[in-house]
Design a protein. Structure first.
Length: 145
């Protein structure tokens, strides 16, 4: 993977969750790049900043929408109009060692870490980050208001 084009876009953009730009929303993520070269996906200054944003979204799903199962979270994260949501749910649930409908608590750092790692792997076909990078991004996400 030495060629830039061989690196998945989510990894190149430091956006391993492949968070899309919100049309019309001018709000900046903490750690968002000043340049906006990609017309579809957010771009971050570091993997930790992208992981922070991913964790913040997942926390919002639980807190604002009451989504506390892999099925609920992934159905919102990766809607069927753009993804094979069923296989995504199966992959993530398997990685977490839970059933798709089992309650999970994303405020638990261990659960969040496993969930983030599974999402990164599914979105990019690989999860290239050291555990410390994942944990740093999640700590930023869980520690922010």
């Amino acid at each position: 993977m030495t060629k830039t084009s061989a690196v998945p876009r989510g990894i190149r953009l430091n956006n391993p969750g492949n968070i899309k730009e919100s049309p019309g929303d001018k709000t900046q993520w903490q750690g968002e790049r000043a340049t906006d070269d990609d017309p579809v996906f957010e771009e971050f200054v570091s993997p930790e900043a992208g992981i922070r944003a991913l964790a913040r979204i997942l926390l919002g799903y639980q807190r604002r929408y009451g989504l506390n199962t892999v099925t609920g979270i992934i159905t919102r994260w990766a809607p069927g109009c753009e993804n094979d949501t069923g296989s995504y749910i199966t992959h993530v649930a398997s990685h977490l060692g839970v059933t798709p409908g089992q309650t999970i608590d994303v405020t638990n750092p261990e659960v969040m870490t496993d969930l983030v790692e599974a999402i990164i792997r599914h979105e990019n076909g690989l999860q290239p980050y050291a555990r410390e990078v994942i944990l740093a991004g999640i700590a930023m996400g869980l520690g922010s208001a």
